[in-house]
Design a protein around this ligand. Structure first.
Ligand code: ATP
Length: 345
């Protein structure tokens, strides 16, 4: 297969298993974001793909070739890691050309490639500037261009945008994705920012405790999370216990929800309902009833907090659909099966 394949990859530090039996296939030309809470093993996994750490078990293949033991400099990688800063005493052009220079590329080829890359990162004309005079966002673009100068087979980035402020970061996410699509280069990014992952990735890999919990497209992860960890980690959600009654109906907070079923053979589960799917109704029309405890108006969205039998449920609406409710009011909550995802306990 063309692309990257991780087979049963394990990394142990002494007796601690930081990465546990990871299997992952990254088809050529796709963009993967590895996402998860701090310490879940995403950087360790990326370092093994880069050859900076060796796995204690399993294999890594690139375009069918076993590269598990191949040293980093022979893997044909482009890397943007936080620790690999630009050379401050070199110009923008010299920084970008550096990987080509150490590989002995001819001067004119270096210049041609630098000009191509500068155009790609929207910094045409910046070749002779000292990097010290660039803004944070420009510096990050130069680091990306330097990593791409050798036309690598695989592009690896570890939290590449984390030092940038929120606005610039969002703009750079779109830029990075567009650049990757233009070049068709297989790209793996480690991030702890789910919005970033959702913006850029073809496949989001959600990790926890050294394992992959789910690897799927952003929308599938959001709409069909594999378990309650993924549902809770990606976006906001309401998680409620659900159990089957004697006639097979799903019961949530003491109420049977018409049309909702538990997975075959399961007696219990967790119900996930996204806040934008929670619709408030008159008390008698809802599947559940509760009391409004707080209304948060964020301008673009309005969040209504409802207490149902001691559990908080959040509903999000746009200003246009603003529910006409006040704190203390009794309301109904419509729960239709199409907005409910029942997850394994
Ligand atoms: P973060 O988002 O905080 O960078 P991460 O998901 O990238 O976290 P890793 O850096 O991969 O996590 O670390 C995974 C686990 O392995 C952590 O518990 C970490 O303490 C441990 N670990 C990482 N490197 C080493 C090492 N060289 N020696 C011992 N333990 C390590």
């Amino acid at each position: 297969m063309s692309g990257l394949a991780l087979q049963n990859v394990v990394k142990e530090f002494g007796t601690f298993r930081a990465v546990n039996n990871v299997d992952l296939t990254v088809p050529h030309g796709t963009f993967v974001c590895m996402l998860g809470p701090s310490g879940c093993g995403k950087t360790t996994l990326l370092r093994m793909i880069a050859g900076l750490d060796l796995p204690t078990g399993g294999a890594i293949r690139l375009d069918g070739e076993d590269i598990t033991q191949v040293p980093t400099h022979k893997r044909n990688l482009g890397m943007v890691f936080q620790s690999l800063a630009l050379f401050p005493h070199l110009t923008v052009g010299e920084n970008i050309a550096y990987p080509l220079r150490i590989r002995g590329a001819a001067k004119e080829d270096q210049k041609k490639r630098v000009d191509e890359l500068l155009a790609m990162i929207h910094l045409t004309g910046y070749a002779d500037r000292p990097v010290a005079k660039l803004s944070g966002g420009q510096r990050q673009r130069v680091a990306i261009a330097r990593a791409l100068s050798i036309s690598p087979k695989l592009f690896l980035l570890d939290e590449p945008l984390s030092a940038l402020d929120a606005k610039l970061r969002e703009a750079m996410q779109v830029e990075l994705r567009q650049l990757q699509q233009k070049l068709g280069i297989t790209t793996i990014v480690v991030t702890h920012d789910q919005r970033e992952a959702m913006t850029m990735a073809d496949t989001v890999v959600v990790m926890s405790g050294g394992e992959i919990r789910q690897a799927a497209s952003p929308i599938e992860i959001y709409r069909r999370p594999a378990d309650s960890f993924v549902a809770d980690f990606i976006g906001q959600t309401n998680l409620l216990d659900v159990a089957g009654d004697s006639s097979g109906r799903a019961v949530v907070l003491g109420q049977a929800i018409p049309g909702l079923e538990l997975p075959a053979g399961a007696a219990k589960g967790t119900l996930s309902v996204r806040p934008e799917d929670v619709h408030l109704t008159a008390p008698s029309a809802g599947a559940l009833t509760g009391k409004v405890t707080f209304v948060r108006d964020l301008g673009g969205t309005i969040e209504t907090f409802v207490d149902v039998a001691g559990h908080q449920i959040v509903a999000v609406s746009t200003p246009r659909e603003r529910p006409e409710v006040t704190v203390g009011q009794e309301v109904g909550i419509a729960l239709t099966p199409d907005v409910c995802v029942v997850l394994k306990k």
